[in-house]
Structures are given as structure tokens and as C-alpha cells.
Write a protein that binds this ligand. Structure first.
Ligand code: BES
Ligand code: ZN
Ligand code: ZN
Length: 478
């Protein structure tokens, strides 16, 4: 883990990153005249934005801010540049680095530090040689008059919450069962200061959560239903905002078995929505944001074991609607429907669900963003999109037109869990819409939750998508 701290001065033997603009005022940089000339040449003539100088006793990285049309694009380019410089830092086994704000623009330096810290994440729990493989970078210092201690504290919290979320998603199901996931949430609650209640199988049965129970039928592991509550005395909202996360700890497809290797290999990531909800609550509570938030995570694995639900089964859900189950691989909507219906009892002002719900969402926009849809008003939608841009977890909205209702009609039940050949992300959303009676947004994170290759500061494997987005939304709108 890296820690980010604030520092007022630096010595001239420390490794540094100078964040500057095109004016390249490098006189106080500790670089020699010929080094400065070299840097200027690289930037002005070769059109480079990053230049690195090895002064033998220290490295100096010069990062020119690449001004884009919009502020959030400039910030993202700095996070990305930070990930490139991160590779050089670990290649050269540097342990500490100071980022110097020569332009007095705190948001840009913070974005660079964020990119560096997010790039430093590793999941080495199962490696024998993890000491040898651990990245060298331990300390990031920010030297900037305009950066406050609070901003840096918040950044540390967000980086940590993202790392926690990534680790939960990277954990395989032979460790992270539904029961273990709920235990991890309890640990997070203790550490950050929010309340956690876990319903066991008997309680879930007593509540008649038919969706969650039927997905669990093929499994030897019991399901869990976790409720996390953060309600500070100074909360700005009376009615809670509820975050619901899909907690399928492994998705084999059930009896509608997924083919291996390509489609099942990464299905330990099918609880990424649930992990993001836990991570978001962790960050919100640690930063003591004045918001009343509840997180709900229904969890189970989806397997084709002994008593597994079969296509054709009719299931009575928690809210008494019936579902003709026609594809055991459309399990996410089954467990989320129960959780969304359960959320009604809190009379929430807004509910946001996060789920690795459909391959169709990946087909539509790939790994670059989140497919979103919902019934919340335009003001909320705009605020969420703004947060999506700020943290570069962008939202692409899809319609919830009535036409799509036709596609989930069943001959014998209130609906079926399968749509037609097209608009799969939307029909999944239309299914969920039957279970809400409050303003609601659905984020399908199937694309960005888990990557098959590193992409800048997003590592290969789990990305922790959703945590920074939700935090930004709560921070800026309450
Ligand atoms: N967990 C999958 C969706 C998924 C796909 C997540 C790719 C991450 C990456 C989900 O449960 C699923 O299998 N959805 C089916 C639904 C279909 C059977 C209606 C799908 O998208 O194929
Ligand atoms: Zn599935
Ligand atoms: Zn799934």
C-alpha cells in the first residue's frame, strides 16, 4: 500500500515529479542548464508531455499538463500519465516520490497522485514470492501550497476503498463464498464505523426471498443478505439513499451452463457490484460524509448442483410477483429483484443498483464505461453523469421505453427472466423496474468491472469501478 502525504519542502536528492504547464518554468527544479535545455527540446520539438531525467542520485520526471477541452479530460490524462511514470518508478525500484505542483493547481496534482496510487495496487495474497514481486513504491508526497490535508486524507481513503473493492473481486470463490463476503462486509463496518446486519439462509427463507433462494438451490453454500447502514447524526437527508449490489460470488450459469474457458474464467467477478457497495460505504463512513446511506448485497454462487432451479420453473419473488425462469444464467436479476423490493420498506429517496448484469452491456460499450438507465429525475441523472466524468467512470444512458416490456412477458407468470435476442442490457433493466416504487438508477458494470489487460491505472483483473463514482456523487450533492 502507498500512503500519500503533504510536504512543504524537498531536498535535492529526492525523486520528484514536476507538474508544470507549457511555460516550463524549470529554474527552481534542481536541473542543470543542459538538462533544462534537453527537457525543453523534448517537449517543444518532440512534442512530448513526459520527460524523465536520471541524475544518478535521483530521478526527475517532468510532466506537462496536457490541457484538453474539458477539465475532467485534462485530469484523466494526468492519471494516465501517472500510470506510465509508475512503471518507470517500479522498474527503477524507487520507494518514495514527491510530486511538485509548480503551477499551484491542486486538482491536477491530486489527479496525478491518484493515478500513481491506483497504479500501485497488487493482489499477491496467493504468491509465494510476494515480497520479491511487491512494487517498490511506498510513499507519495505532495508538495503544493493549495492542497489541503483534508483533500489528501480523502484521496488516501478513496485509494484504499478502491483497493479493498478490487481485492474482494479478485478473491476466488474457494475463499470468497457468500458467507465470507458477508464477513468481509462486517469487518469493513467495524473498521469504518457503519452498522452491518447479515441475514442467514433461515432468515432469507422466512422472508420468502424466492429469487435469491432459487438461484441458491444448486449450491451447497448458503446465501447471505447483507444490510449495511451508515446514518451519521449530521446527515443531510432524512430518507436514505440505498445502494444495492449484485453479489453472485461465482456465476457458472447454473444449468444454463456457461461454456469454458472464455465466458466462465472471470466469473468470480460477478460480485463486483456488491464489492463496490461495500467499498463505497467504507469510503463514505471513513470520510464521515454527512449522508444517510444503506447498502444491500444479496449473495450466493450460481451452480448447476443437485436441486438447481431449471428453465421452466415458476418462482414467487419477495414481493409476490411470479417469474418464469427460462435461463439459469440470468440469475443476477433474480437476486437483485428481491433486494430492490426489500429496499421499498425504507422509503428511500433514491436507489442505485450496481451489477455485472449482462454481456449485452459489454457488447454495447465495451469496458470504457457503465451502462446506466433508470427512473430518477433529470437533475439526479445529470449529477451522476457529472460524477462519472469527474472520476472517469462514465455513464452511457439507455432507454427504458415501454416497448421492451413485451419482451419479458410470460405466458404463465407475471414475467420471464429472459428477453429477446437484442437489447439484453435494457430487458434486464426492465425486469428490475418491476420491483421498484422509488426513484431508481441501474448501473450495469459488466464491462468495466474486470479487465483482461491492464489499462493505465486500471489493473488487469478487478478495477473497483463504482467506488470513486459513488463517493464523488455523495460528496458533491449532499
Ligand atoms: N454475470 C453475467 C454477465 C456478465 C457477462 C458479467 C460478462 C461480466 C462479464 C450474467 O449473469 C449473465 O450471465 N447474463 C446473461 C443473461 C442472459 C442469459 C439473458 C448474458 O448476458 O448472457
Ligand atoms: Zn449469469
Ligand atoms: Zn451473473
Amino acid at each position: 500500500m502507498t500512503t500519500i502525504s503533504k510536504k512543504n519542502t524537498i531536498n535535492n536528492n529526492e525523486h520528484v515529479v514536476l507538474i508544470c504547464d507549457n511555460n516550463l518554468n524549470l529554474n527552481d527544479s534542481g536541473l542543470t542548464k543542459s538538462e533544462i535545455d534537453f527537457v525543453k527540446k523534448q517537449i517543444k520539438e518532440q512534442n512530448k508531455k513526459s520527460v524523465s531525467i536520471n541524475q544518478l542520485n535521483r530521478w526527475v520526471f517532468i510532466q506537462v499538463i496536457d490541457e484538453k477541452k474539458e477539465k475532467h479530460l485534462t485530469l484523466e490524462s494526468l492519471r494516465k500519465s501517472a500510470s506510465t511514470i509508475h512503471s518507470l518508478i517500479v522498474e527503477n525500484k524507487l520507494e518514495s516520490i514527491s510530486i511538485i505542483d509548480s503551477k499551484n493547481n491542486s486538482s491536477e496534482v491530486l489527479a496525478f497522485a491518484e493515478g500513481l496510487a491506483l497504479s500501485n495496487y497488487q493482489f499477491l495474497k496467493y504468491k509465494k514470492d510476494r515480497k520479491k514481486e511487491t512494487y517498490s513504491l511506498k510513499n507519495i508526497a505532495i508538495v503544493s501550497v493549495n492542497c489541503t490535508k483534508e483533500q489528501i486524507n480523502e484521496l488516501n481513503i478513496l485509494v484504499e476503498a478502491t483497493a479493498i473493492t478490487r481485492t474482494l473481486v479478485n478473491e476466488p470463490v474457494n475463499f470468497l463464498t457468500a458467507t465470507q463476503l458477508s464477513k468481509e462486509f462486517q469487518k469493513l463496518g467495524k473498521e469504518a464505523g457503519f452498522n452491518v446486519e447479515v441475514f442467514n439462509k433461515a432468515k432469507i427463507k422466512a422472508l420468502k426471498m424466492g429469487g435469491l433462494l432459487s438461484v441458491n438451490l444448486g449450491s451447497v453454500e448458503p446465501p447471505t443478505f447483507t444490510i449495511m447502514e451508515y446514518k451519521p447524526k449530521n446527515a443531510k437527508n432524512k430518507q436514505p439513499v440505498i445502494l444495492v449490489g449484485k453479489g453472485v460470488v461465482y456465476d457458472t450459469g447454473g444449468l444454463s451452463l456457461k461454456p469454458t474457458p472464455n465466458s466462465m474464467d472471470m466469473m468470480k467477478c460477478d460480485m463486483a457490484g456488491g464489492a463496490a457497495v461495500g467499498g463505497a460505504l467504507y469510503a463514505i463512513a471513513k470520510a464521515e460524509l454527512p449522508v444517510y446511506v444503506i447498502g444491500i448485497v444479496p449473495a450466493t454462487d450460481n451452480r448447476p448442483g443437485g436441486n438447481a432451479y431449471v428453465p421452466g420453473d415458476v418462482i414467487t419473488m419477495y414481493n409476490n410477483l411470479t417469474v418464469e425462469m427460462l435461463n439459469a444464467d440470468a440469475e443476477g436479476r433474480m437476486i437483485l429483484a428481491d433486494a430492490l423490493a426489500y429496499a421499498q420498506k425504507y422509503k428511500p429517496q433514491l436507489v442505485i443498483d450496481l451489477a455485472t448484469l449482462t454481456g449485452a452491456a459489454v457488447a454495447a460499450i465495451g469496458t470504457s464505461g457503465i451502462v446506466s438507465m433508470g427512473t430518477a429525475d433529470e437533475k439526479i441523472k445529470n449529477k451522476l453523469s457529472e460524477s462519472g466524468n469527474n472520476v472517469y467512470e462514465r455513464l452511457a444512458e439507455m432507454p427504458l421505453w415501454d416497448d421492451y416490456d413485451e419482451l419479458i412477458k410470460s405466458d404463465i407468470a407475471d414475467m420471464k427472466n429472459l428477453g429477446g435476442p437484442y437489447a439484453g442490457a435494457i430487458t434486464a433493466g426492465k425486469f428490475l423496474q418491476r420491483y421498484i416504487d422509488y426513484p431508481w438508477m441501474h448501473f450495469d458494470i459488466a464491462g468495466p468491472a474486470f479487465l483482461t489487460a491492464k489499462d493505465g491505472y486500471r489493473p488487469k483483473g478487478a478495477t473497483g469501478v463504482g467506488v470513486r463514482l459513488l463517493f464523488d456523487f455523495f460528496k458533491n450533492n449532499f
